[in-house]
Design a binder for this molecule. Structure first.
Ligand SMILES: Nc1ncnc2c1ncn2[C@@H]1O[C@H](COP(=O)(O)OP(=O)(O)O)[C@@H](O)[C@H]1O
Ligand SMILES: [Mg+2]
Length: 257
């Protein structure tokens, strides 16, 4: 499962906001088809790490290599074009657009295809392939039957699934999830876990940021633990759960353990 080649290499990654070091000399690797979790208390630097990898903010120091090439300093659309897609901590649907069109935006983002022809049909063979794939992805995340529904009519949990389908439409080699479990019902959490496993089974590497360890630990093959921007532990879910520094960091937040 995690025996693939190293896909993402993060080295000494550092980001400061004024006097605050949000990410501090962070090192980790992610292999092809692997599910790697990043956990840590609120403010630990998880989202900032994602923003650095996705190009949404600039690092102060360090290196990020993807598939053997540096992606540090590239704008977000160039990073997406390399094969890194993300979901956001808060759903960001394109309002007033049907479900399928929202997913097609993901293909458009990655491949710069004509969004109009993707939506209207009658495009190139490649655009038709992207359209068929978008339809298949809507079904894969469990929104089959809702292809034409306006996104405004979706529940919160369905909106989260839509975000995932939109990311996958860009045919990523690495998918970044920022707290995907937040706000979901127990039934939706089970569905989400199945989807994440299905994504990894397609050979896509998954980087999963999660505050909720009960959701993450059964899913991840390996876990990196952050606190105040620094890595305080790394290992299998079993190893990090018992790590004294992790228990210390989560002290007073027993519900998250
Ligand atoms: N754009 C920003 N400007 C200033 N401080 C920020 C910004 N983004 C994040 N921070 C700070 O950086 C730290 C890490 O934040 P974040 O990466 O969002 O943590 P997490 O996702 O683990 O909860 C926090 O102290 C947060 O307040
Ligand atoms: Mg966050």
């Amino acid at each position: 499962m995690s025996s693939g080649a190293v896909l993402l290499e993060v080295r000494s990654l550092t980001k400061r906001f004024g006097g605050l070091t949000a990410v501090s000399r962070l090192d980790f690797d992610l292999r092809e088809g692997e599910i790697l979790g990043i956990i840590g208390p609120n403010g630990a630097g998880k989202s900032t790490t994602f923003n650095l990898i996705a190009g949404a903010c600039a690092a102060d120091a360090g290196e990020i290599r993807f598939a053997g090439q540096s992606v540090l300093g590239l704008p977000p659309h160039r990073i997406a074009a390399r094969g890194i897609m993300r979901t956001f901590q808060h759903n960001r649907p394109f309002g007033g657009m049907p479900v399928l069109e929202n997913v097609l935006v993901g293909a458009h983002t990655r491949f710069r295809s004509s969004l109009w022809r993707l939506v209207a049909g009658g495009g190139t063979a490649e655009e038709e392939r992207q359209r068929r794939r978008a339809e298949e992805l809507v079904d894969f995340v469990g929104l089959g039957g809702l292809h034409g529904a306006d996104v405004g009519t979706l529940s919160f949990g369905q909106g989260r699934l839509l975000e995932i389908a939109r990311g996958l439409a860009g045919e990523p080699r690495l998918m970044l999830f920022d707290e995907p479990a937040a706000g979901l019902t127990p039934g939706e959490l089970e569905r989400l876990a199945e989807i994440v496993r299905g994504i990894a089974a397609r050979g896509i590497a998954v980087l999963l940021i999660e505050h909720d360890m009960r959701f993450l630990l059964p899913l991840a093959q390996r876990v990196v633990v952050l606190n105040f921007g620094a890595k305080i532990a790394e290992g299998t879910p079993q190893e990090v759960r018992r790590h004294p520094a992790v228990m210390e960091a989560y002290l007073g937040d027993a519900a998250a353990l």
